[in-house]
Design a protein. Structure first.
Lengths: 419, 419
């Protein structure tokens, strides 16, 4: 490690593990290392810790503890939710239909594509220019064979918070009509990985049947996830084996990580409101300063239905990747979007779905704040960012016309896409 | 924790994490916590550590580092190997055939069952009374549409080491004939989870195309696995998403666990020969003592083709589960078989596959030694075990006739079972 001071503004990519979480995991490395399936006391003690962690998480989700399934991470939970439900329903609905939003994480989009290859019909529901799901279009996408809608609780790139509760209440009503017409029930899954540190995860209020959570974005361990599965939701495993986790996810339970995830979620949810207030102030200060200081910038994502820690701004006439490297040089760690794709240099599907043209997607900068972020950090960033942008713009071959750009955003088609 | 001294003789269920492994993981919690996909230096440093860990493992397996895929555990690796290969081959072989041995771990057997439900043909190849695959039967099980054979390197319950190298060499030759007849190639997968601490994992010598490893049985972290995938082996993911691990396993890389697994495997393989010699001596001392001291006992598994740490003995006229609880009372932690099923009280499919009748399966005791095991521990065990067995036998409603039992083992049918 160099002695250089770093300012980490990429908390949506991953978070450092909280020292209290590392402490909570410690006894599970050597002391309480038993396999929860073993009959002797060491195994049974592990089993008790496992069930206590499950209860802790269930309490936060306002669910039953039997409805909490531990998996190997958020991506796995999402795959289990989508594939597990559609595969389980095959005997009743051999040709099912799935709807996902256009700004879902690649885990959802690629799982949907994989289901498409197997014959499942898939529709991508559009979002508006702020990233909010368009309710009328979502309703229009529904077919007689629709069995699942997957929409994230909050977006990882632009921070927009989706109206899951509204969708859940509407679906519950719609399902009553569908059942009376002998149409299959439509289940609702939400990917809450980005939202877990900031939002209320009450599955009763949200009216969701399936909810995905993980540790790596909430100062918890990596390689551990949760899938909340509402009772009576049909599901079959994607990982078969010894029959752990109610036969929905086999493999020796990852006790240290399970304990760590429960600890991280408890800490995050306990401090949520206070930390949200602090981060929202910092976020709004930063958004206002960038938009005012740097010309030809547009905010991506909704101004208020937005994660407290997310700033995502398209800086036109410039390449986002070059900006990241110059920022890194002055000790600032940021992203152009999802870390999952930043290495590929493909323009973000999320920014594109908001109706931004390629030029805007290429110049998007995501700054995601966290526990360690201070106003001083952001002030330091603002001493560097405008100069770097100015420098990079000198080399840019593209000059975007802002009037044309705004018109093109306004005119961008917002259509359902059938895969 | 009570102050009571425990003797852990269930290392096949799970192992405590080595303190050097925990130390190796430490920098990855807060300091080097970056997402390997991030472009800035912190991310790239994580990416470099990731690739070094991959190289370390490749070196032990004598493979290329691109052939090492990190997963969420052994069970996931097995599911990826079986389902991933058969799904990838669907365009060429829509109705494929899979052969697995009768003593595979539930991860293999249940993944095979799940493939069966999708239309894949599955044959279960028998083993002999010592648990060794019967080569003639394996050959007889092959069909024109066979594409995969999955046989473990060493069994988790009875410790028998399978002749994977022999099978691999034979298959390579067979594949030449098959290819000349335009029949599909037969790939070979081996589950090396139990073998990883004791056996040579050289994939070139073994002639395998796919090999599964994990951390939880070699004093490494839980929730992390490896799938070795020989170049040009067709495979599609079971977990879709951001496209990590050569697009074969998505999800943010579990850096601490990956580093921990590489460290654990290096330690295990470095000390392998010396530790094997020590454990083999202890193992044989214990087997001899139990068989000589306690009447009506039979060794399960092969006497010499056997993991150095595995003792598995059927103690007749007695319930294995009761024995475990009495042993636990005197501080000895043991198992009746796989921890994955010990909670279900079903008789072990492995012991049954050796031709042992139910009565023998119910009374099987598995003692698996480890780094901490000493002759003193085993001598202590032998001061307790005979008395407990004697006590439990007094209450037994069943009295097995040894002559009949041995005849029934000899006569047990050894047939291919088509699922």
């Amino acid at each position: 490690m160099s002695a250089k001071k770093y300012i980490y503004l990429d908390h949506a990519a991953t978070t450092p593990t909280d020292s209290k979480v590392v402490q909570a995991m410690e006894p599970y490395w050597y002391q309480n290392f038993g396999n929860p399936s073993s009959l002797y006391a060491l195994g049974q003690r592990a089993n008790k810790s496992l069930e206590l962690a499950r209860q802790d998480i269930a309490k936060i989700l306002k669910s039953q503890s039997e409805e909490i399934i531990f998996t190997g991470g958020g991506t796995e939970s999402i795959n289990l939710a989508l594939k597990g439900l559609i595969h389980a329903l095959r005997p009743q609905v051999p040709q099912a239909h799935l709807i996902v939003s256009a700004i879902e994480h690649h885990a959802v989009l690629h799982a949907a594509q994989s289901l498409r290859k197997e014959g499942t019909e898939v529709s991508i529901a559009p979002v508006d220019a702020d990233g909010l799901i368009i309710m009328a279009q979502l309703a229009a996408a529904i077919k007689p064979n629709t069995v699942l809608i997957s929409i994230m609780l909050a977006n990882n790139e632009v921070g927009t918070i989706e109206p899951i509760q509204k969708i859940g209440v509407w679906l519950a009503k719609l399902n009553q009509t569908r059942l009376s017409k002998h149409l299959p029930k439509i289940y609702l899954h939400t990917d809450a990985c980005q939202a877990a540190g900031a939002l209320d995860l009450d599955v009763q209020k949200l009216h969701v049947d399936l909810l995905t959570l993980n540790g790596s974005k909430i100062y918890g361990p990596k390689g551990i996830g949760v899938l909340y599965v509402r009772r009576a939701t049909p599901l079959i495993p994607i990982i078969d084996g010894g029959g752990k986790e109610k036969n929905l996810r086999s493999g020796t339970e990852n006790m240290p990580a399970i304990i760590g995830l429960a600890a991280a979620l408890k800490i995050a949810q306990k401090n949520r409101l206070k930390e949200n207030a602090r981060l929202t102030k910092l976020r709004d200060w930063l958004i206002k300063n960038i938009l005012q200081t740097i010309p030809k910038t547009i905010l991506n994502g909704h101004a208020s239905y937005r994660l407290p820690n997310n700033v995502n701004i398209s800086i036109l006439d410039m390449e986002g990747e070059a900006l990241l490297l110059y920022l890194d040089d002055v000790g600032i760690q940021a992203s152009t979007g999802s870390a999952c794709t930043s290495a590929t240099l493909e323009p973000s599907h999320v920014i594109r779905a908001l109706g931004r043209p390629y030029e805007a997607a290429h110049g998007s900068l995501r700054l995601t704040l966290g526990k360690s972020t201070t106003l001083k950090n952001l002030k330091y960033l603002m001493t560097k960012l405008p100069g770097i942008v100015k420098y990079l713009r000198q080399a840019s071959p593209v000059i975007v016309d802002m009037v044309e750009l705004n018109q093109s955003i306004k005119d961008a088609p917002k259509k359902i896409i059938d895969l």
